[in-house]
Every structure is written in structure tokens, then in C-alpha cells.
Design a protein around this ligand. Structure first.
Ligand code: AHM
Ligand code: MG
Length: 331
């Protein structure tokens, strides 16, 4: 690629900012900080296989440092990249039970960041792709510091959402409501480079469904009927990585239908609304797809608690609508 065509994430964010004369630069700076955390987590993820050589969790490594579990490390990397910036009012994370307040010695800002620092962590030990998911809201409460109310906003109020997939390469994909853009990390220069501008789920999509089919017996008769149709008369193929970020990334690039339904043991499914489903819903919709809990847009659901779960159906619009029709008993 000629040098003039290389667009770093920094340049891209600044160019986007210039499209909004009212912008203060705070939002650009926030995305920058998240990209930095992603690079730090990525570096650590690529070293994961060396843990047994360098020392395991709760042990000291060869440098005399305590080795942390990767998900704990990722959580701290996100918090540390954001808490001192004066841009963030409060945060919430899959790894932290309650609200993450900004420490008193740092100023608080106008944005709220919620995240799953390392999703799919059961895949770490087998060297399969994992990811980070994040979402940004504007603070709505009146006080100086953020509150629970600021975190518990519906997906429609997100000002940006994104994910990082640590795969054969590390990619950062984000939307701020004007399309979805993907950047690939060039580890030799430590920069995310624009590789996938204006991502759209392809039409016609690849006919692929993605679900943990081992739970078949726990599903509703409607869910069973849907999957039976997809793999017989529907003519669909199947792919399931078991890493939400990686499964959605494939769905964005190729099309398909990702499902994590409710079942008799998990009446609300497994995935978390606030920092897993809602950010991915914004990205999928921005890429021309649909994201539903089986009945309604995930984006329109107001969370009642930080770690609330939701059934999840995402991907090519027509496929998600087909799933909704089956679940409503209309197909
Ligand atoms: P985690 O947050 O504990 O990592 O769990 C979330 C992961 C998702 O990445 C993935 O879609 C799902 O769990 C897979 O679950 P299952 O093993 O039940 O199919
Ligand atoms: Mg998770």
C-alpha cells in the first residue's frame, strides 16, 4: 500500500472530529485512550501462552512481578487508561460488581464508559480469539461525579461503541453513529491502521447460523423449530467459536445469524445487556444488520441493573427477522 494511503487511528479520529465544528476534542481523546488500553491488552494476550514458562497466576514471574490473570489485567488496563483523564464520570465493567467511581484525586468528566475487558476468557487457554467490548454514554445525572443512573441508559443513547478482537491479528472496530470502521494493529509500529472503512454486513449474506447447539433440549419449542429449519430446508451452514466478539466479527464480515437464546436453565440467556449486547447491537445496526432480544430491538431496552442478561439475536437483518417470526410462532 502506498505510504499516503496509510491512515492511523489517530489521524482518522482527528479527521472525524473536524466534521463536527462543535467538538471539543474530548470524545476523540477518549477513543484514543481506549485504543491505548487495547494495545496494552493485546500485548499481554499474545504473551498468554508463555505464562507457564514465565510463571503462572499468583506466582512471581522472572522479573519478580506478580502475574495477574489476564481478565484482571485487562480490567485494570481499561480503568487505568481512563480514570485519570478528566473525561470520565464513572465506569462499569463485567469484572467489577458495582459502579467504578473516579478516584477523588482525579477530576470527573462528562462521559460514562462501560466495558467487558476480556470476553470469551475460557478461550484463552486454547489460543482462540477473545475480545474487549466497550460502550460510551453521556452523563445524565446532575452531580459532579457519575452515578448508577448514568450507566443504566438504553443502547439508543450510546454515543459510541466498539470492540477489539485479539485474533490472528488484533483489530479495533468502532462506531460513533456514522458507520462502522475497522483498524488492524500493526505490531511493528504499534499503531492501529484503517483497514476496514465503512463496514457493511454483505447482502446477500452467507447463510450461516451461530449458536451453542448443545443446549438444544433446554430451548423453547419455537427456538428448536427455528434451528431445525435453518439446518434442513433453510440450507444454512454452522459456525460457533464461543467467543462473542469473534462470532460477531465473522457475522459482520460475512453475514449470518448469531444467537444466544434464553433457555430453561438461563431464562434470560447468558450475554450481558449493558456492556456486551448493547454495544454490539449499535455496531450491527450501523453495519446494516439487526439486533434483537427475540421480540424487540436490544438498543431500546433500558437496563435495570449493571449485569443484567438478555437473549441475543444478531446479524443480517432478514435472518434476525426470520428468527423473530419463528419465536413469535408466526413461521
Ligand atoms: P464470559 O463473559 O464469561 O467470557 O462469557 C461470555 C462468552 C461469550 O463470549 C460467548 O458468546 C459465550 O460466553 C459462550 O457461552 P457458551 O459456552 O455457553 O456457548
Ligand atoms: Mg463477557
Amino acid at each position: 500500500m502506498p505510504q499516503s494511503h496509510v491512515v492511523t487511528i489517530s489521524r482518522f479520529l482527528v479527521d472525524q472530529e473536524h466534521l463536527h465544528p462543535e467538538a471539543t476534542g474530548a470524545f476523540t481523546s477518549l477513543l484514543h485512550d481506549i485504543a491505548l488500553a487495547a494495545k496494552i491488552i493485546s500485548r499481554e494476550v499474545t504473551k498468554a501462552g508463555l505464562v507457564d514458562i514465565l510463571g503462572g497466576t499468583d506466582e512471581e514471574n522472572v522479573h519478580g512481578e506478580q502475574v495477574q490473570k489476564l481478565d484482571v489485567f485487562a480490567n485494570l488496563a481499561m480503568i487505568r487508561a481512563l480514570d485519570h483523564t478528566g473525561l470520565v464520570a464513572c465506569m462499569a465493567s463485567e469484572e467489577s460488581n458495582g459502579l467504578i467511581e473516579i478516584r477523588k484525586r482525579f477530576p470527573a468528566g462528562d462521559y460514562v464508559v462501560v466495558f467487558d475487558p476480556l470476553d470469551g476468557s475460557s478461550n484463552i487457554d486454547v489460543n482462540v480469539s477473545i475480545g474487549t467490548i466497550w460502550s460510551i454514554h453521556r452523563k445524565v445525572s446532575k452531580g459532579e461525579r457519575g452515578t448508577l443512573e448514568d450507566c443504566l441508559q438504553p443502547g439508543t443513547r450510546q454515543v459510541a461503541a466498539g470492540y477489539v478482537v485479539y485474533g490472528s491479528s488484533t483489530m479495533l472496530v468502532y462506531t460513533s453513529g456514522a458507520g462502522v470502521h475497522g483498524f488492524t494493529l500493526d505490531p511493528s509500529i504499534g499503531e492501529f491502521l484503517l483497514s476496514h472503512p465503512q463496514m457493511r454486513i454483505p447482502e446477500p449474506p452467507k447463510k450461516v447460523y451461530s449458536i451453542n447447539e448443545a443446549y438444544y433440549r433446554r430451548w423453547s419449542p419455537e427456538q428448536q423449530k427455528l434451528v431445525t429449519y435453518l439446518k434442513t430446508d433453510g440450507g444454512f451452514g454452522s459456525r460457533y467459536i464461543g467467543s462473542f466478539v469473534a462470532d460477531i466479527h465473522r457475522t459482520l464480515l460475512q453475514g449470518g445469524l448469531f444467537m444466544y437464546p434464553a433457555d430453561s436453565e438461563s431464562p434470560k440467556g447468558k450475554l450481558r445487556l449493558l456492556y456486551e449486547a448493547a454495544p454490539m447491537a449499535m455496531i450491527v445496526e450501523q453495519a446494516g444488520g439487526r439486533a434483537s432480544d427475540g421480540k424487540r430491538r436490544i438498543m431500546e431496552v433500558t437496563p435495570e441493573s449493571l449485569h443484567q442478561r438478555t437473549p441475543t439475536y444478531m446479524g443480517s437483518k432478514g435472518f434476525v427477522e426470520l428468527a423473530e417470526a419463528y419465536l413469535a410462532g408466526k413461521a
